[in-house]
Design a protein around this ligand. Structure first.
Ligand code: PEP
Length: 253
């Protein structure tokens, strides 16, 4: 059975004080209101990871994610953070290939393949982001474009390593724009990705792969998205910065 996951990507937001307030609100609401079958993941900025970890300590359903890691094991990479460092402070997940990193930091599918390897080597679960631009959506090649992102960054993995990866489909035209993929658009892409994964790794692996949706998800549209048979949760940006909205999204599963 694949996991249901709702992850909050805080991006470059919140002072430490604000981040800890948000964490404690989420922890309290999740403990009181959320049933056990949804895994909740919080992805604060690197600098707040340890403090947020201390603040969620004891909340069994809540896990910690970084928003990126470097592909190298260690060395002269000023400003970077390795997968081993994240593992050493108790981080369990890492978001890789977010469209903002692809766009503003020129991350390529080949570089992301190395980051995925580094993450897996240090027992981090990659949340691998993929998704098409508005132009690609309009020209109709969106399924093959997203499949090629997955092929180039993930299909070198062994079956057992691929089974540890979580995929987040995030159409770029829906991220932070207020435009959301319709449930039909999300289901079409998620089902196509699952078939593509089944062709490479077999249907058991594909059936067990969690494929999250991301892109302007809110309490109002999450129930419809999460009702799609191939949508296994969400990667939430803006709405994850408001505890009530984030927990309502989790609860709508
Ligand atoms: C994201 O950045 O991963 C995201 C889904 O953002 P938003 O929910 O704000 O569209």
């Amino acid at each position: 059975m694949r996991k249901k996951i709702v992850a909050g990507n805080w991006k470059m937001n919140n002072t430490l004080e604000e981040g800890l307030k948000l964490t404690s609100e989420i922890v309290n609401m999740v403990n009181d209101e959320v049933n056990d079958d949804v895994t909740v993941v919080l992805a604060p900025p690197f600098i707040h990871l340890t403090s947020v970890k201390n603040s969620i300590n004891g909340a069994e359903k809540i896990y910690l994610s970084a928003q990126n890691c470097n592909e190298h094991p260690s060395g002269a990479y000023t400003g970077e953070v390795s997968a081993a460092m994240l593992n050493s402070i108790g981080v369990g997940y890492v978001i890789l290939g977010h469209s903002e990193r692809r766009e503003y930091f020129s991350e390529t599918n080949a570089e992301l393949a190395k980051k995925v390897d580094a993450a897996l080597e240090h027992n981090l679960t990659p949340i691998f982001c993929c998704g098409e631009s508005q132009a690609i959506r309009e020209n109709g090649d969106f399924v093959s474009f997203v499949c090629s992102q997955i092929k180039e960054s993930l299909f070198h993995l062994s079956e057992s390593d691929f089974s540890k990866v979580v995929i987040a489909y995030e159409p770029i035209w829906a991220i932070g724009t207020g435009l959301t993929a319709s449930s039909e658009q999300a289901q079409e892409m998620h089902a196509s990705l699952r078939t593509y994964i089944a062709d490479q790794y077999g249907s058991e692996v594909a059936d067990n792969t969690s494929i999250l949706y991301g892109g302007s998800a809110k309490p109002g549209n999450a129930p419809e998205l999460f009702a799609c048979p191939d949508v296994d949760g969400g990667l939430i940006g803006g709405a994850s910065l408001k505890s009530r909205d984030f927990v309502d999204i989790i609860k709508s599963y």
